[in-house]
Design a protein around this ligand. Structure first.
Ligand code: GDP
Length: 475
């Protein structure tokens, strides 16, 4: 063989080796609204673009060993999906005074090309550099609360909602839409405008549960976070009181065009075209997942809000139930193999309390874990702050030393006054009744730190999340 043909073959082999080393990974980020998804993705992207250079990622082995060569943003693979607005988020953080990035309310994605030196000798012999195409996908955790609907008929769903109308304050908020139900005969031909009005009243009720009572366990999830479905007729349905359904006339088979008939059809349509569609179109493609949980806000908001968040998080766990008999496994073929539960906003408590925060989160999800089989999924529980807005230190009071935090409270954004706060003790286990009587915890939102375009954002343990979620991909 001629030398030139040999060298052409050599170049081809190199190219092939590079191609086989180029990898792809879809990392999904979720959590209930306000959990910190937008801040997390903004910071993750920022760390990958700048953090290694800034030596900010010591817990990520590849960066520590200087095997990470850099990242750049490239066009996202799915042109029909919204783009995650990284630049908008950075602009907000760089403005004066800095603002937190605006949250998204649907699915959005962003692609980074990560270049690295392969860590295993075999791959390194083939090529000095390799690429990982990392797709980061953001979606609302509320959408995962809809999974159990797939196992319910419309009648069962109505009963489920009625059984969950406690406590009294919730029932009070529900009165408005329930009063509207008194004016309809569920077997008479449905009027579209009436349906739309009652659905609107039901949606308002759900929003008030969320905003006024701090509740998260809200069904159907798309009613409060509709994404691209805002205003679509598919969202014009609502539950009926079971008493109406169990009346002798209520058990008659519903005429297709009656109120009951239409409500049943829309419920089934929602299950098929919204709930299943999300799992089919997005969820089954995720390789890795991080679920962010804000344990601190519900500690502030009170017992009911805390229990409701616990219920919602445990419901979310069912979307990772890969046991042979699980509904999810029977309907879809999900492939997530690594899952992180992260207590977010850890900069709201002093560093020696981070372990307690992790223990609290572990207890929060313990109940759900008893019913869920994470077959083939490795999980990790941790505490992190995507964007650290406080400084921790010691304060002397009467010659005693106390741990404290310093930062600018959101409410002092105008004066830019730096405040020292003692946020209180995070309970290391699910709070006992005395905790709620004493209201032993108080935390107020902090202003975001001032960012610039050449330094990576300050964070706590984002590198630990990178190590667990991506670390094995750089072999
Ligand atoms: P999303 O609805 O899940 O996307 O939540 P966001 O990312 O928009 O976060 C909601 C709010 O939580 C932000 O506006 C911040 O006030 C706060 N937040 C999020 N992450 C952090 C963090 O790492 N540290 C602090 N101090 N606050 C955070």
């Amino acid at each position: 063989m001629s030398p030139s043909r040999l060298s052409r073959l050599g170049a081809k082999a190199d190219e092939l080796a590079k191609l086989s080393m180029d990898k792809q990974l879809r990392l999904a980020v979720t959590g209930l609204s306000g959990a910190g998804k937008t801040a997390f993705i903004t910071s993750l992207v920022n760390q990958l673009l700048l953090g290694a250079e800034n030596h900010q990622l010591p817990l990520w082995t590849l960066a520590r060993k200087q095997g990470f060569l850099g990242a750049k943003r490239v066009p996202q693979p799915h042109l029909h999906l919204a783009s995650f607005d990284y630049l908008g988020g950075m602009q907000a953080l760089q403005s004066q005074p800095p603002r937190w990035p605006s949250p998204t309310d649907g699915v959005s994605e962003l692609r980074l090309k990560l270049r690295y030196s392969p860590q295993s000798l075999i791959w390194r012999k083939l090529s000095h550099t390799a690429t990982l195409n990392l797709d980061i996908v953001d979606y609302p955790g509320e959408w995962l609360l809809d999974l159990p609907l797939l196992n319910m008929t419309y009648q069962q769903w109505c009963e489920h909602i009625a059984n969950n109308l406690q406590p009294a304050r919730k029932a009070e908020l529900a009165k408005n839409w329930q009063d509207l139900l008194l004016n309809i005969d569920i077997h008479s031909p449905a009027d579209e405008n009436t349906l739309a009005d009652i659905a609107k009243a039901y949606t308002e009720y759900l929003h008030r549960c969320k905003d006024e009572l701090g509740l998260h366990h809200i069904q159907p999830g798309r009613f409060v976070l509709p994404g691209e479905l805002a205003g679509a007729p598919i969202l014009a349905f609502f539950p009926l009181p079971p008493a109406l359904l169990s009346e002798p006339s209520g058990s008659r088979k519903a005429q297709k065009s009656s109120y009951l008939g239409l409500l049943e059809q829309r419920f089934e349509y929602y299950k098929e075209h919204v709930v299943k569609q999300f799992y089919r179109q997005h969820f089954v493609k995720f390789d890795r997942q991080i679920v962010l949980v804000d344990c601190l806000s519900p500690l502030n908001s009170g017992h009911q809000s805390f229990c409701d968040m616990q219920l919602a998080i445990n419901q979310i766990l069912h979307s990772f139930n890969y046991g042979q008999t699980s509904l999810l496994r029977r309907l879809f073929a999900p492939k997530i193999d690594k899952l992180v539960f992260a207590a977010s906003k850890a900069d709201h408590v002093t560093p020696e309390q981070h372990d307690k925060l992790v223990q609290l989160l572990s207890q929060l999800i313990a109940e759900g874990k008893r019913h869920v089989k994470f077959e083939g999924i490795s999980t990790q529980t941790m505490a992190l702050a995507s964007i650290k807005a406080t400084q921790s230190g010691k304060v002397q009071i009467n010659s005693q030393s106390f741990s404290a935090l310093k930062g600018i409270l959101q409410s002092d954004a105008d004066s830019q006054k730096v405040t020292t706060v003692f946020p209180g003790e995070v309970p290391a286990s699910l709070p006992k009744p005395e905790f709620w009587q004493q209201q032993g915890f108080e935390f107020s939102p902090f202003q975001a730190p001032q960012a610039n375009s050449f330094e990576a954002l300050p964070h706590i343990r984002i590198d630990q999340a990178i190590e667990f979620l991506l670390g094995d991909k750089f072999k």
